[in-house]
Ligand binder design. Sequence first.
Ligand code: SAM
Length: 230
Amino acid sequence: MSEEEGDFHSSQLGSKEYWDAAYNRELKAFTDIGDVGEIWFGEDVQNRMVRWVSQRSDLLHSARVLDLGCGNGTMLLELHEEDFMDLTGVDYSEAAIQLATDVAAKAGVTDISFEVCDILNEESVSNLIQEGKDKFDICLDKGTYDAISLHDPSDPTDRRLYATHVHSLLTDQGRLIITSCNWTKDQLVLHFEKEFELVHELPAPSFTFGGKKGQTVTTLIFRKKTLDAG
Ligand SMILES: C[S@@+](CC[C@H](N)C(=O)[O-])C[C@H]1O[C@@H](n2cnc3c(N)ncnc32)[C@H](O)[C@@H]1O
């Protein structure tokens, strides 16, 4: 495999069936015992991402924030706690969106928009910014690009679609903040070089993912590039 492809292989974490089954289980556990389910990569990583957004002095609390593949939606709940008012979470798993909606409702939060959306589907993505809705100032991704990459790591088609779709969702000054455990900083920079420019890297704690201990995550902040027409 080339440097760009990395050294991991196709996994069930790349399939919608896997996520539907996982979130149906988590939905049941939430209903039965109030457990919100997995915080992917741990709370430390989530807190670092939330802190980066909330401490940006040039970002108003009215900034539009989109969590790509939001799962149980807890990262958006944390941003809601920080007084961000325009929050949207999307996931292609209906069960994830139900879980996120229920978790938020139990916390008394009803003004976060949770929507079923496949980030790789052009029509679903363009619906997010149609009908007079503004583009997003911030896109968050914690583990979703990883899941998309695991579908077929040797085929860059889905990764390219992801990059062009996220680019289209952001304002000209927009930022993508992404945490990955499968790709290194250099690989992510290479994947996104056409649409995004690296502006910052957050310090990385180590954590457990897919049973492997001691892995290190990479959290990067990308600025949207202006693409040449034609
Ligand atoms: C590793 S989990 C991370 C979930 C959440 N971001 C978190 O940190 O807890 C990956 C998420 O990506 C979602 N996902 C994978 N492919 C997707 C796609 N094409 N469109 C939308 N969501 C997707 C899965 O349903 C799952 O919720």
